[in-house]
Design a protein. Structure first.
Length: 119
């Protein structure tokens, strides 16, 4: 099922509106689920655990689950046109599907640092 997961964004309703225009489901993920695998979160089978005692990621992230590339491009284009900021964008893959949200953020930050240092 095509779905967009929204993490740590102050623009949830706007992102949901953009997704809805393209007949995509979008949902904000409760930080209580951040220790579950991305696959479980995408399937909607994640169980909210106890609240994470440490710091939560500060930056926003969208995770595209089974979204066709054309639709993903349209979503990102519409978000840019509307001025809706998203720090990180990711696609669910067989590899990252077994990661939890914290690991995904870690990898996104690592990639950003590597890209910045290569400039």
């Amino acid at each position: 099922m095509e779905k967009i997961l929204i993490f740590q964004s102050g623009h949830v309703s706007e992102i949901k509106g953009v997704a809805s225009n393209l007949r995509l489901k979008a949902e904000a993920v409760d930080p209580a689920c951040f220790k579950e695998t991305l696959a479980k979160i995408c399937r909607g089978t994640a169980i909210s655990g106890e609240k994470h005692a440490g710091e939560l990621p500060e930056r926003s992230l969208l995770l595209f689950c089974d979204v066709q590339e054309k639709k993903m491009d349209k979503v990102l284009s519409m978000l840019r046109k509307k001025g809706i900021p998203v720090d990180y964008k990711a696609v669910l893959t067989p590899t990252n599907s077994q990661w939890n949200v914290f690991r995904l953020y870690f990898e996104m930050e690592r990639e950003e640092r590597a890209w910045s240092s290569s400039k």
